[in-house]
Design a protein around this ligand. Structure first.
Ligand SMILES: Nc1ncnc2c1ncn2[C@@H]1O[C@H](COP(=O)(O)OP(=O)(O)OP(=O)(O)O)[C@@H](O)[C@H]1O
Ligand SMILES: [Mg+2]
Length: 160
């Protein structure tokens, strides 16, 4: 499998949200999106927009900073939102149920470096970068699983 990459310029939080909302209806159980980037880069903002776009009934989408995982009844299947920043030990990943969720649910994972070898190779990797102190973000995407070619079709036009 060869790696594919794309970069989008996101001028403000609404742009980031619009991309997340567009991706939401294309995700199926078994799809994982790994969200990396510095503190405050916008990972939770992206995840919140994606989850809210997938719910029939709106509900609070708090950052799972302390619970580590939070699940939601998405229209296309259960959505797991996970923030592994405070993960103590790699063995907790299994205890949290994340390994099973990678095959059974739609998973959004912040701080995916904590997963080590447990990161699904078929995941879509998104890295958010804040190059300056304003609201601009660069979104770097990469994937090797062919399914993302179809799922990302039309979403990668980079208009600022
Ligand atoms: N273009 C942008 N895209 C996303 N968020 C942006 C953008 N510009 C500004 N922001 C702001 O940056 C902040 C990002 O906070 P968020 O909690 O999403 O970060 P995070 O990457 O999840 O951090 P953490 O590592 O602490 O979980 C929000 O207040 C959001 O409004
Ligand atoms: Mg966060």
């Amino acid at each position: 499998m060869s790696d594919r990459t794309a970069t989008l310029h996101l001028a403000d939080p609404d742009r980031t949200c619009a991309f997340a909302q567009a991706l939401a209806p294309r995700l199926d159980p078994g799809d994982t999106v790994l969200l990396s980037g510095q503190i405050g880069a916008g990972k939770s903002h992206f995840a919140r927009c994606l989850i809210l776009a997938s719910l029939d009934t709106p509900e609070d989408v708090p950052s799972p900073t302390y619970t580590l995982v939070q699940s939601y009844p998405g229209r296309r299947g259960e959505i797991w939102h996970s923030d592994l920043y405070r993960l103590g030990d790699i063995s907790e990943i299994e205890e949290l149920g994340l390994i099973d969720a990678f095959s059974d649910a739609i998973c959004l994972v912040e701080w995916p470096d904590r997963l080590g070898d447990a990161a699904p190779p078929s995941a879509l990797r998104i890295r958010l970068e804040a190059p300056s102190r304003d609201h601009t973000r660069l979104m770097h995407l990469d994937w090797s699983a062919p399914r993302w070619d179809e799922k990302l079709k039309g979403l990668l036009d980079d208009r600022p």
